[in-house]
Design a protein. Structure first.
Length: 240
């Protein structure tokens, strides 16, 4: 036929175009449920397992929005644990009847963070690999209390033993510090689809922070680099 060659070329061009569009649509495939809300469960897990953990971990409430099956953005807000080793009483002096100890307690009445990030997801099955980067603001308020106390053991006239504890005012003090920190997180996560609605993630996070601290009428600045264990967080998400 006169136009046979032109028709074959047209069909080949059409087939190539359809295939290219199909490949493009697969790369930009949008998931059925684009939204997720999740909460950190690693702290309850540590408590249930009876483990001791002095790392500073944040329990986050996280929202994730999928732009495609490979790309997502997220925002989160979290409250941090103390991350401070308890200070056991230490002996200063002792006699046959009394002992003087000192205590140095450090607590964090307030420690919260907010952040926004991006994630790149690899994998087509239930188990996926996720690489993430976040911009984070963290405010941390520290309180330090130092004081002495005295324990006295005595025996009354009737032979009954008495134990008395008294806090001493000498040398005691209370100091507070407030830190404003800003920085970024780099994270790697394993993501597992439990069902069509539920997802669990386990993440390892490297954190870098720049902070500014007010001391009297001046400001001190510094940097921090932290990696909280192999698993920094475990979170459970609901998809909708």
């Amino acid at each position: 036929m006169k136009y046979k060659k032109q028709i074959v070329l047209l069909l080949m061009a059409t087939a190539f175009t359809v295939k290219a569009q199909d490949s493009l649509s697969l790369r930009k495939k949008s998931p059925e449920r684009k939204h997720e809300v999740g909460v950190s469960i690693i702290t309850p897990l540590i408590i249930v397992l009876g483990a001791t953990d002095y790392n500073e971990r944040f329990s986050n409430l996280t929202y994730r929005r999928f732009l495609s099956d490979k790309h997502a953005v997220k925002s989160f807000v979290g409250i941090g644990s103390a991350g401070i080793v308890p200070n056991n009483p230490r002996t200063v002096s002792a006699t046959n009847t009394s002992t003087v100890y000192f205590i140095n307690n450090r607590t964090t009445p307030s420690n919260f963070q907010v952040g926004f990030g991006y994630e790149y997801i690899l994998g087509n099955k239930k188990l996926k690999h996720v690489f993430g980067a976040d911009l984070v603001y963290n405010n941390k308020f520290l309180k330090e209390e130092f004081f002495y106390y005295q324990e006295i053991d005595s025996v009354g006239v009737n032979g009954k033993r008495f134990h008395q504890t008294t806090q001493l005012d000498t040398g005691s003090y209370v100091k507070t510090n407030n830190y404003d920190k800003i920085g970024f997180n780099l994270s790697y996560s394993l993501r597992y689809d439990i069902s069509k609605r539920w997802v669990i993630t386990a993440s390892g996070t490297l954190s870098s922070r720049y902070y500014r601290q007010k001391v009297r009428n001046t400001y001190n600045t510094g940097t921090e680099l932290e990696y909280v264990g192999l698993v920094s967080d475990v979170s459970l998400f609901f998809k909708f």
